[in-house]
Design a binder for this molecule. Sequence first.
Ligand SMILES: [Zn+2]
Length: 296
Amino acid sequence: MKIFDHHIHMTSRTTDDYQAMADAGIVAVIEPAFWMGQPRTHVGSYEDYFLSLVGWERFRAKQFGIHHFCTIALNPKEANNPDIAEGVMELLPIYLEKESCVGVGEIGLDDQTEKETDYFEAQIQLAIDYELPVLIHTPHRDKMTGTQRIIDMVNAIGIEPGRVLIDHNNEETLPLTLDSGCWAGHSVYPHTKMDEGRMASLVKQYGTERITINSAADWGVSDPLKVPKTVQVMREAGIADSDIETVVWHNPVFFFGQSGRLDLGEHGERPRVDQSELWEGNSVLRGQAPVVEPAE
Ligand SMILES: [Zn+2]
């Protein structure tokens, strides 16, 4: 079964992770632009980050047979930093045009401040202007209120809900999100947010329509294999393989395919590995023999 982890911060992960993900059936990933764990001190570090998302990280994924796409945005935490927020907004039009950028994100609310809502609305407008789908982060604290506010803003701005994916849902927020007409993402985490068994129960209860699963793995306590692990638990719970595949492959392919840029080859096969390739003169190898798969 093919798996698409549509929310994972691979910049924070190792090549061992890429190898294990490929072995577990992950064929494609999306890396949303986000917070680096400490505040960026100037716009330039943001720009280099965007460049790595469309450049080096995409190359690194392909070296292990995984398609890499990204979504680009000012993240909600740094929307509160006036020293860089405006500068990042000026960069966005350049990076929203990149061929591997398949959406605006992750935007959303964190502390639910006025600045966050201002930049949220401005970036929804960018998504409309650039005809891109949107990936929305919901807050960890006061999640119900935050999710409702997000849905209210989405409705007020008038973006088509079918082009909006609200992420990090739980049992409480899922009915709200589905009722809004938006897509509902779930981040399966060790200990928090959502786990494999709870996710299987949600799919049994609500079905597969507009429902997706991701790992949201990053530099914190998280697990890049959570989507394949959830596939296993859903199987054990008696969910049909065709339904599982809808949730972990066809749904994210359809949703982000709305960008017109989700190039997965003719049949969604994984990219051919050629570790003799270089990126701007640099290799992922450290003297190992390159793996080179034969061309078809
Ligand atoms: Zn994230």
